[in-house]
Ligand binder design. Structure first.
Ligand code: MN
Length: 130
């Protein structure tokens, strides 16, 4: 995933660092936003290749943030993958109806995280080399 720019919207530092370490070890550049509001600003300013969205955030939650990204012509093309501990039945449908393009559950599985994202990026035509 060399050169892929990932915006991680995540308020928990340990979760952020785990995802960031895995992504950086695979050639990605990583940006963190600790709130939805900051994430929306960064998404507009830096146009990342991929947005990883925590749902449980201070202030605006990740569902609202995803709707905001997907209703803004400047950011609606950005792929958003929910990374959430909300792993109840029906939560994936809620995430997808808010506009999420993918859905991963926490805790992050260190063995499958990168392969899953690489497959997603290949499927969306963002990345051809893993
Ligand atoms: Mn959170």
């Amino acid at each position: 995933m060399n050169g892929i720019h990932v915006l991680i919207i995540e308020d928990n530092q340990l979760n952020f660092e785990l995802a960031a370490d895995l992504l950086e070890a695979n050639g990605c550049t990583v940006q963190q936003a600790q709130s939805a509001e900051e994430g929306l600003d960064l998404a507009r300013a830096s146009s990342p290749d991929l947005v990883l969205m925590d749902f449980s955030l201070p202030g605006m939650d990740g569902l609202c943030a995803t709707r905001a990204l997907k209703s803004d012509p400047r950011t609606r093309h950005l792929p958003v993958i929910a990374v959430t501990a909300h792993a109840m039945k029906g939560d994936e449908e809620i995430a997808r109806s808010a506009g999420c393009d993918g859905y991963l559950t926490k805790p992050i599985d260190t063995r499958t995280f990168i392969p899953t994202l690489a497959r997603f990026l290949e499927a969306t035509g963002t990345c051809h080399s893993t």
